[in-house]
Design a protein around this ligand. Structure first.
Ligand code: FAD
Length: 614
């Protein structure tokens, strides 16, 4: 076993982890900081890989409307209020108050934010009243990752690549170490009083998602197994994306108003709208979906997600067709607000007649690059090829329950970024995830250094010893498991994804969730064979089960709809049940003696509830 002595161990190589590592080193240059990441530094995780038409970083800057010293309060209110009042308001306040400093730090590292008149240009994202989204273009996240990788190297931080942390060692409620494994199958022990989890989300519990490979929610599993809590796990952003390319079909894809057809060529959307809804209304809602990509029960465009999901559940493949107009569509059917919105996006203006000729002409008019991007990725809209779509997971709003220092209930364990929970509610206004990584990454990194220092002062630099049981269980134990029923890790993953896609995606019911729970419990009884997977892929598959179980357990607590959690009395009901004010609380999940337990808790509320004002 390889043995490392550190002050702070940072798990992950994305935006949150690297900000934690750089902050730790910057706050104490003598601090022994180690970063352990599953791939090569700068290549794995969502920050390093994700793109969309305009990727947003939310920040309240001195010139951000409405201006003044209290401008941050509107930002914090948006996170809390649009989030459905099920997050801790004080964490939202921290995000908003620290957003300017986070922006400045990135800018100083060379992230090329777009400027107009010398100031960062900002646009409005879902639900926010004021424009706060800064961007560099489609690659904002990638630019942030590149800047942080440069800084990490500049600071000489120890980076261990192609390695995975697979368990945390906790003694008397305090972190004393962590176990890892590298791709050559060497076991590693990190003797450390402080661990920051920056492991990202868990999109791979679904087969349809827009995450890069490896988003297996390892941090959620590590925290649960160590005795920490998860919160808000039922809230996952899910929206319509291309099955082949995993591209979100948001923004201009909807504003071009394509046909939604099933494999029989039927335009099915209006069947799922309330009786009497005019095509005019349907097409305006399709247009507005462009600004509201993830499903949310609070937005009428959730009917589109429901329609797509239900068609797929009937065994039909579903497509966006840009080759001809939807039935009876003409551009003038869009209301004035929508037409103005369209006009503000013109890229290569065309005549009214051309605009009316079909969705491809409109897409070319507002976003020609998207047509080229799809072509480069195997879908040629110019040749009348269609985009096959499915509801796909993009972001976990919940995660390891943190408080103001990014701290958890376990001393020395911190979390930041998508791995952390409590700062976001049911909906997450666009741009606040990238912000979150920077703000809580920095806070957690600095708090981890302080904690490591206090431990050292308390007991000297004592060496933790890896627990023998662990080594036995993980090195020898796999072959000595007495359970007879066996399943391969690949099958385990595929079963979990089938269950989650069927019962825990757009349409959630009591019955379906109960079936999902039972099936996951059953899977937990098997011995899992590695069957040719490399060691990291194998442990990733094992992590999917606790992550899926925590998600289902959380969903079962909420017999109401809120944000992306659409709860139906039965699968045949056309509409989800309404939100219930009694459920303005969150559910905290823990693992005790192998059993997952839940506790309902009151979030931290704003001192003065500004609800009436807004
Ligand atoms: C298509 C898409 C578009 C998006 N658009 C936006 C947007 O416009 N604005 C916005 O704010 N957010 C957006 N998001 C969300 C945002 O990009 C992510 O939430 C954010 O980048 C997550 O950063 P992170 O550092 O928490 O995790 P990641 O960047 O995913 O990094 C996780 C890291 O941890 C490593 N890791 C995981 N487990 C282990 C382990 N056990 N051991 C060692 N290493 C491990 C991984 O290899 C990876 O390096 C988008 C997401 C997607 C998928």
């Amino acid at each position: 076993m390889k043995y490392y002595d550190c002050d702070v161990l940072v798990v992950g190589g994305g935006g949150a982890a690297l900000r934690a590592a750089t902050a730790a080193r910057e706050s104490d240059p003598g601090c022994k900081v180690f970063v352990v990441t599953k791939g090569k530094l700068g290549t794995t995780g969502t920050t390093a890989n994700s793109c969309s038409d305009r990727m947003a970083f939310h920040a309240t800057l001195p010139h951000t409307e409405p201006g003044g010293e209290d401008a941050w309060k509107y930002h914090a209110d948006d996170i809390y209020r649009i989030g459905g009042r099920v997050s801790d308001y004080d964490l939202a306040a921290i995000l908003a108050q620290n957003s300017y400093a986070a922006f400045e730090y990135l800018e100083a590292l060379g992230v090329p934010f777009i400027k107009k008149d010398g100031k960062a240009h900002q646009f409005v994202t879902d639900g926010s009243k004021y424009a706060r989204a800064c961007y560099t273009g489609p690659k904002t996240a990638i630019h942030i990752e590149e800047a942080l990788v440069r800084r990490t190297r500049q600071l000489g931080i120890n980076v261990i690549e192609n390695s995975m942390i697979i368990s945390l060692q906790v003694e008397n409620g305090q972190i004393t170490g962590a176990f890892g494994v590298n791709e050559d199958e060497d076991m590693m022990f990190f003797n450390t009083p402080a661990v920051v989890l920056g492991t990202g989300g868990g999109g791979e519990i679904f087969s349809q998602h827009v995450y890069p490979p490896g988003a297996t929610g390892d941090g959620y599993a590590l925290a649960l197994n160590a005795g920490a809590s998860l919160v808000n796990m039922e809230f996952i952003q899910i929206g319509i994306a291309s099955v082949k390319t995993r591209l979100n079909c948001s923004g201009s894809f909807m504003r071009a108003v394509p046909r939604f057809i099933n494999e029989d060529g039927e335009e099915f959307l209006s069947r799922y709208f309330p009786e009497g809804t005019s095509l005019l209304d349907v097409y305006n809602i399709v247009f507005e979906k462009g600004a509201s990509w993830p499903v949310s029960c609070e937005h009428p465009s959730s009917l589109i997600d429901i329609a797509v999901f239900k068609e797929i559940m009937k065994g039909k493949r579903v497509y966006l067709d840009f080759s001809q107009n939807p039935r009876e569509f003409s551009f003038e059917m869009l209301n004035e607000v929508n037409r103005d919105r369209y006009a503000s996006e013109l890229n290569q203006p065309i005549s009214d007649e051309q605009r009316n000729s079909g969705p491809l002409a409109r897409l070319r008019e507002i976003n020609p690059d998207s047509i080229q991007w799809l072509k480069d990725n195997g879908i040629d809209l110019e040749k009348d090829e269609m985009i096959e779509i499915a509801p796909s997971a993009q972001h976990f709003q919940g995660g390891v329950k943190i408080r103001k220092q990014g701290d958890t209930e376990i001393k020395g364990l911190f979390a930041a970024g998508e791995c952390a929970g409590g700062q976001h509610g049911a909906n997450r206004p666009g741009g606040n995830a990238l912000l979150d990584c920077q703000v809580f990454g920095k806070i957690a990194g600095e708090a981890a250094v302080c904690h490591a220092r206090s431990v050292k002062m308390g007991k000297g630099a004592a060496k933790a010893v890896p627990a023998k049981d662990f080594v036995f269980e993980h090195i020898a134990g796999q072959d000595k498991d007495s359970r007879k029923d066996r399943i391969s890790a690949v099958e385990l993953k595929s079963e979990i994804q089938d269950i989650m896609g069927r019962y825990v995606s757009i349409v959630r019911t009591k019955e379906g969730l109960a079936k999902a729970w039972q099936s996951l419990e059953q899977l937990g009884k098997y011995h899992v064979n590695r069957d040719g997977l490399n060691i990291i892929e194998f442990y990733e598959c094992l992590n999917l089960l606790p992550v899926a179980k925590a998600t289902v357990k959380a969903c079962l607590q909420r017999p109401e709809s809120r944000g992306p959690h659409l709860y139906f009395e039965s699968e045949d009901d056309p509409n989800p049940v309404a939100g219930n004010p009694d459920y303005e609380k969150y559910f905290v999940i823990r693992c005790q003696d192998g059993e997952i337990t839940v506790q309902a808790r009151e979030p931290v509320r704003p001192q003065e509830d500004r609800r009436k004002e807004i």
